[in-house]
Ligand binder design. Structure first.
Ligand SMILES: [Zn+2]
Ligand SMILES: [Zn+2]
Length: 315
């Protein structure tokens, strides 16, 4: 099959091996996939992953032990858990120590004609979401994980630092709960696209600690220090970047202000799909370009260019 394969560098392979599809898993024909920051980090060595990356996708079920799924348009939760360990039994399969993660850890990903996922991970994509929108279900779910972890009252003062795709999706998501959200970023063009409903934007954070909740989505030490400075005493700081640049970090202000610090990663797909249908987040405006899979190397170069937002691959 055609696929993008990362070994020492990312290459298009017109004849890659089809993914192994063990019992209990569905074989999916990928329709479209999105390139995210994690994929770019994988091509720099993140997680030591080798093989086919890609975890934000929409596809059609080609074969499935449960025949009712065959032919349906779906996406899939990216973590395949063992289902029997202590964490899985407590409903924390996304933290299963034996998990594989689509295109990130021990499992071939979606930048290919086909991929496999356990049936339990599948979610049908409703007809009112286009393929282009459905590719955003995974990152919208990651944004909604914040709502699973933190109770946010209406009217809470919320800020998001970072105007990348995930930062913008977090701001849109929080605005549906809190009402108003301040998004702080460095790219005027991205901030313009981020302005929607209750989301206001700024190039610099306010010089006070007025925020009940701050989401750090820059993945930089500077962003983390700004986020701590911006959070009110006893406020909540949500860390949303899996890749944070190394360096000396002085966390004493977080101690003095007694902040609650919450790490936040993958989220609930069902909740994300409901929210996308109910709120019609304008995700299409985050798409910069759609490339055919054959031009995957150019697509990655474009995704890495300064100011780029979402780049999609069409299989
Ligand atoms: Zn992603
Ligand atoms: Zn498990």
């Amino acid at each position: 099959m055609r696929a993008l394969v990362f070994t020492d560098r990312l290459r298009f392979d017109p004849a890659a091996a089809a993914p192994p599809c063990p019992p209990g898993e569905a074989l999916l024909r990928v329709r479209m996939a999105g390139i995210c920051r994690t994929d770019q980090e994988i091509t720099r060595g993140y997680m030591g992953f080798r093989g086919i990356p890609g975890h934000e996708f929409v596809g059609t079920v080609e074969a499935c032990p449960d025949h009712a799924w065959v032919g349906k348009r779906v996406t899939a939760e990216i973590n395949a858990a063992c289902g029997v360990c202590d964490l899985c039994r407590r409903g924390l399969g996304r933290h299963c120590p034996a998990r594989t993660t689509l295109g990130i850890l021990g499992r071939q990903g979606a930048f290919a004609e086909q991929c496999c996922m356990p049936v339990a991970c599948l979610h049908e994509v409703p007809p009112d979401l286009t393929d282009e929108e459905a590719v955003f279900i995974e990152p919208v779910a990651a944004a909604h994980e914040i709502l699973e972890q933190v109770a946010i009252p209406e009217g809470a003062a919320c800020a998001v630092l970072g105007d990348g795709k995930l930062g913008i999706l977090c701001a849109w998501t929080l605005s549906r709960v809190a009402g108003n959200v301040l998004l702080v970023g460095r790219h005027p063009a991205k901030l313009q696209k981020a302005r929607w409903e209750g989301v206001a934007t700024a190039l610099e954070p306010p010089a006070n600690d007025s925020m009940d909740l701050v989401v750090e989505a820059t993945g930089t030490g500077t962003g983390l220090m700004q986020a701590i400075a911006l959070t009110r005493p006893r406020g909540t700081l949500v860390l949303k970047s899996t890749v944070v640049s190394q360096g000396e970090l002085n966390l004493s202000a977080a101690v003095v202000k007694e902040l609650t610090i919450v790490g936040s990663r993958c989220g609930p797909f069902g909740r994300a799909i409901k929210a996308m249908r109910a709120y019609r987040f304008p995700v299409a405006r985050l798409i910069d370009a759609v490339f055919p899979l054959e031009q995957g190397e150019e697509a990655f170069a474009r995704a890495g260019a300064r100011g780029a937002l979402k780049i999609l691959l069409r299989m």
